[in-house]
Design a binder for this molecule. Structure first.
Ligand SMILES: NC(=O)c1ccc[n+]([C@@H]2O[C@H](COP(=O)([O-])OP(=O)(O)OC[C@H]3O[C@@H](n4cnc5c(N)ncnc54)[C@H](O)[C@@H]3O)[C@@H](O)[C@H]2O)c1
Length: 412
């Protein structure tokens, strides 16, 4: 028997490798033929999974675009994207597409688990009817559960193995089946009573982060006006041993999760006459941050008697977070775009992002001439001390050069 994974992205590929490393045969299915071809060639596109790690278990993995191969799988884990559409409403297209395909291949006795982040009710209201088009009954002929992925790209201390995994089945038997399968790759399992609890728990985690990041960002704007160092404030508050959790201010939120997932709940809440104001407000504050950063850049250049137009501005780090090259919703891209619109001569350095085709830019070597360096994302392998040394002025949006106490550095 084998485990099938549908959707081979940031979530799906680590699962494929984890099950293969646990000795399982794995079928990895994706609609993207190019992605499947490169995975078959042993090339990983996910930074957390080096190609060498993939190569070590390739003999147990079958990467394919043919969903029909899933017919023989014991369990099928669905990890397709759950984006927002142009009107910022849930786009269940990939998920419903995957479910329709699964209905054609579903076999009696199989377990299906949805891992994609989504609003409460998706598993029961959307997956069940589509999967039952197979003629099989959910909870009787096949097991169905929701188990949210908690991967934090670039993180090494918490992995799939030691991050507790929440599992909510349609029936207690469904939960048991899913717990048994995940028990092969996860040390700690957290069964909950329904798929809806599991679905909403994942959204609570993301909304918690989004709201707290927005809170500290709003305080950063206020502290800037009041002439108070927000980083010193956060450091001081974080000494409280209870009742406080540290969140860092920064240029805004990025990635596939935080700027997107909370709005799945906002949309669903309307069905219940609820306006999820915390979510909306957090989104608004965080979306505003690149504009505030632009104002800080303008002020820093102004101090040197320069307008944005024609100034050489080096953006250090463009991906949405340190240690990864993921550009989805990255505030760094917004900052580059805004500076370009104002006539700035923008270059960037990012060891994880070799090029930005949309701006016709390639990552520049550090040490070149610029008028202002702006640290947008602080990758651990970048020598920020050298950035300060080689730049006439620096704006540090991540607080990584504070210890230098260099007068040419301005902070967020
Ligand atoms: N990236 C993260 O850090 C993270 C963390 C936790 C949860 N999630 C959630 O997990 C889900 C997947 O995210 P991701 O970052 O892995 O996305 P991704 O875009 O990296 O990968 C998704 C993959 O699914 C494939 N796909 C799309 N439609 C398909 C279909 N019908 N059948 C088969 N394959 C299909 C795509 O081609 C792509 O390869 C999302 O719901 C996301 O919110 C992501």
């Amino acid at each position: 028997m084998s485990v099938g994974i549908v959707g081979l992205g940031y979530v799906g590929l680590p699962l494929v490798v984890a099950f293969a490393e646990a000795g399982e045969d794995v079928i990895g299915v994706d609609v993207d033929a190019g992605r499947v071809a490169s995975l078959r060639a042993g090339l990983s596109h996910v930074e957390d999974i080096p190609s060498e790690r993939l190569a070590a278990v390739m003999d147990r993995i079958d990467f394919t675009t043919r969903a029909v191969d899933l017919h023989q799988a014991e369990a099928i884990l669905v990890c397709v994207p759950t984006p927002l559409n142009r009107n910022r409403e849930p786009d269940l297209g990939p998920l419903l597409g995957a479910a329709q395909t699964l209905a054609d291949v579903l076999a009696r006795g199989q377990l299906v688990v949805l891992e994609s982040t989504t609003f409460p009710g998706t598993t029961r209201e959307h997956l069940v009817p589509l999967l039952e088009e197979s003629g099989l009954v959910a909870g009787e002929d096949f097991a169905l559960a929701f188990s949210p992925e908690r991967v934090d790209p670039g993180r090494t201390d918490y992995t799939l193995r030691n991050t507790p995994k929440v599992v909510g089945g349609l029936t207690p038997t469904c939960t048991e089946r899913a717990l048994e399968v995940y028990g092969r790759v996860c040390d700690e399992l957290v069964p909950v009573s329904t798929p809806e609890v599991a679905e909403l728990s994942k959204l609570l985690e993301n909304i918690f982060r989004s709201v707290n990041i927005a809170l500290v960002n709003e305080l950063a704007i206020l502290a800037d006006r009041m002439g108070i160092d927000i980083w010193e404030v956060v450091d001081a508050a974080a000494t409280k041993p209870f009742g406080f959790m540290r969140f860092e201010p920064g240029p805004g939120m990025g990635g596939h999760c935080l700027p997107v997932d909370p709005f799945y709940l906002t949309w669903k809440a309307r069905e219940y006459d609820m306006v999820t104001e915390f979510i909306e407000l957090a989104g608004k504050v965080n979306k505003q941050m690149p504009y505030f950063c632009l104002e800080k850049i303008e002020r820093a250049l102004n101090d040197a008697g320069r307008p944005v137009r024609g100034s050489r501005i080096l953006v250090v780090g463009v991906s949405y977070k340190a240690g990864v090259g993921d550009l989805r919703e990255a505030p760094g891209l917004k900052i580059v775009e805004l500076l370009r619109e104002r006539g700035g001569d923008v270059s960037y350095h990012d060891p994880h992002v070799p090029e930005l085709p949309q701006f016709a830019l390639r990552s520049a070597e550090l040490g070149g001439e610029c008028d202002l360096a702006v640290i947008v994302t602080a990758h651990p392998e970048v020598d920020h001390g050298a950035v300060v040394e080689h730049s006439p002025a620096v704006l540090d949006l991540r607080g990584v050069t504070r210890a230098l106490r260099d007068e040419k550095v301005q902070q967020l």
